[in-house]
Design a protein around this ligand. Structure first.
Ligand SMILES: NC(=O)c1ccc[n+]([C@@H]2O[C@H](COP(=O)([O-])OP(=O)(O)OC[C@H]3O[C@@H](n4cnc5c(N)ncnc54)[C@H](OP(=O)(O)O)[C@@H]3O)[C@@H](O)[C@H]2O)c1
Length: 333
């Protein structure tokens, strides 16, 4: 056992790319477990794109790491000493012990040693595998024969997304940053195609590889890649906004609507066209007529007289000259 606990402390919030000095490696005494506690030696530390988010004070799904605190990180560790009869030395536990060699806890999730090597429980059988599984199946709802596109496709989440989509009978097109990654995904992981976004024109390549359009986008990259994908989606496509790593090091928010907030708040953006509801107009009329008759719904109309005024009246919609529904009265009732 080492005689000190090396830990990474967040010294300042990175601006742009993470730089030397934003975090500092310090040595502290190994913590001593108190009554009911146990000492964990970290075996594996998970490094995730979201670490960059946690270092910032942007809108996010957990409180940011505070300056001066040990950097947060998912871990798998082994119990070294224990003052808790429920936790025995040698047992493996996972948690968020952070970027440090040792930590103490009073409770932790135990991990039964399964048939897979330990790192698998931090990837395909851990958080990134679960992200791929639930994100794709619950939100993406891939159907046999559909086309699924996944960005950061050779990464921890993306590589599993693509393979699950294949198991569901989809055409799977990955987007990754090198020919080697692309070759690997097609040859070893069964992707139908993979686009090297650093080399190819992404729009043209998507057109070529998704001849029937895109039904599911599992979005890990955001930015230009997301833009290109959105241009080629099909009716009722599902966009799983899982991550937008291309923007994590941005110094300024990008122009345009803040999709980050959509992601962090698990909000939904969904296209809507009323013609899809024409078969249900009867339902609407029955309820709305009643509300209007009972005075529960009020309505305004702005009526412009004379068909010759149609064009100038149309402009009222853009100047705000109307209140409520704008109509032209073409002839007397
Ligand atoms: N919503 C959730 O609960 C959740 C959970 C886990 C992860 N995530 C998100 O899922 C995404 C993938 O995470 P991961 O853990 O699996 O990481 P990962 O994909 O294993 O690693 C990140 C990869 O992103 C690619 N990348 C980096 N900058 C890029 C850019 N500007 N444009 C396109 N690709 C870029 C790089 O591969 P290339 O060589 O291909 O560029 C890099 O290897 C991230 O956006 C992450 O935030 C979300």
């Amino acid at each position: 056992m080492r005689n000190s606990n090396r830990q990474w402390i967040l010294k300042k919030r990175p601006v742009g790319d993470i730089k030397q000095g934003d975090l500092e490696l310090v040595e502290q005494p190994i913590p001593v477990p108190g009554p009911g506690q146990f000492l964990i030696r970290t075996l594996y530390l998970s490094l995730d794109p979201t670490n960059r988010i946690w270092m910032s004070d942007m809108e996010q799904y957990m409180p940011p790491v505070q300056i001066g605190d040990v950097m947060r990180g998912g871990t798998l560790g082994v119990i070294e000493q224990s003052n808790n009869p429920d936790y025995k030395p040698g047992e493996i536990v996972n948690g968020i012990a952070g970027w440090q060699e040792y930590s103490v806890a009073g409770g932790a999730q135990k991990m039964a040693k399964g048939p897979a090597p330990l790192p698998a429980y931090m990837s395909v059988l851990g958080m990134t595998g679960a992200t791929a599984y639930f994100g794709l199946l619950d939100l993406g709802k891939p159907q046999p024969g559909e086309t699924v596109v996944v960005s950061a496709a050779a990464g921890a989440v993306g590589s599993i997304v693509g393979q699950i989509a294949k198991l569901k009978g989809c055409r799977v097109v990955g987007i990754a940053g090198s020919d080697e990654k692309c070759r690997h995904l097609v040859k070893d992981f069964g992707f139908d195609a993979c686009i090297n976004y650093k080399k190819e024109n992404i729009r043209a390549a998507l057109k070529r590889e998704c001849p029937n359009g895109i039904d599911v986008d599992f979005e890990n990259a955001g930015g230009d890649i997301l833009d290109a994908i959105l241009e080629q989606i099909n009716m009722k496509a599902r966009i799983v906004l899982c991550g937008m790593i291309s923007g994590y090091n941005d110094k300024q928010p990008r122009p345009g609507p803040s999709l980050t907030n959509i992601l962090m708040k698990r909000a939904r953006i969904e296209g809507f066209i009323i013609i899809d509801y024409f078969p249900r107009l009867g339902e609407f009329l029955a309820e709305m007529s009643k509300w209007v008759a009972e005075g529960k719904i009020k309505y305004d109309t702005t009526v412009v007289k004379g068909i010759e005024n149609s064009l100038s009246a149309l402009n009222m919609l853009f100047t705000g000259g109307n209140t409520g529904k704008l109509l032209v009265q073409v002839s007397e009732e």
